[in-house]
Design a protein around this ligand. Sequence first.
Ligand code: FAD
Length: 296
Amino acid sequence: MLIKDKLKNKKPLISFEIFPPKKDYPVETIYNTIDALNDMKPDFISVTYGAGGSTKDTTVEIASFIKSKYNLSPLAHLTCLTSTKEEIEEILESLKASGVKNILALRGDHPQESTYKGPNHYKYAKDLIRQIRKRDEFCIGAACYPEKHLECKSLYKDLVHLKEKVDEGVDFLITQLFFDNEIFYRFKERADKLNINTPILAGILPVLNRNQIEKITSLTGCTLPKKFIRILEKYEHQPEALKEAGIAYAIEQIIDLLSWGIDGIHVYTMNRPKTTRRILESIRTIRGVLTNEKVS
Ligand code: FAD
């Protein structure tokens, strides 16, 4: 099913993000994770696309597996910086052949070496979206950044670029992770003012250890609220306590977003179904009340 149709029929959606196994591991090593995640009845599972297209084939293979084994909607991420238009067309063909109809269209991050290789390569996600939209057979998602994209000088400019991207035919947006819901609510108000009316799913990451947070803040530039920093400092040397507090923090964030009326929650699972289950169990009744569905 197309995610845009799901969004018309039911809100909030609950979705999970996974990443393919590293290059030297067989693709099957992810199947147990998917099995455990599928038990939690997500509305869809998204599969990331490795930097520079490094997991090109496995992303398609895993998305196809999700579709054929569970009849669950997969969302295949696709980046464009390092692929030619012809290569992108080939990937679109293999997604179509596998019955994968939802694509998260992204630019990707600049690798170390120079990337833009000429007119046969795209510079921005909106160019990729234009190419996908021409085929008129995919539901298209895109990324958005409540605290602006790291490369952009201001949130206003980033929102103008977001509007251009959405106008190319985006059906829904997923946010980069954030830890302060108020920042997201302000972002949503500013997006509304620019007539960015696309449904937005909030990307939530349960933080489980200190290293993870250092990496994330340097990659995304996201703000850490004081109460979050207090948790990090207090339990820095007690990994189990930090993990518990990180999960509780994510649950609190999700409950607030659901009460606010968010279109969907997208959990960055980091391929950890046990953590994801703890979150989902904590919101089981709320999820049931909001969607009018019995969730086991
Ligand atoms: P764009 O929307 O193209 O924006 C990139 C930058 O260009 C922004 O600063 C924007 O303001 C600017 N810009 C846009 N248009 C213009 C213009 N006309 N003139 C000047 N500047 C402009 N990366 C992966 O490699 N694989 C993944 O699977 C993956 N999944 C992701 C999932 C989510 C939910 C998110 C939020 C990010 C994901 N990323 C992934 C990371 C993403 O590829 C990077 O954040 C990348 O740097 C930007 O991608 P984008 O699609 O947002 O780019």
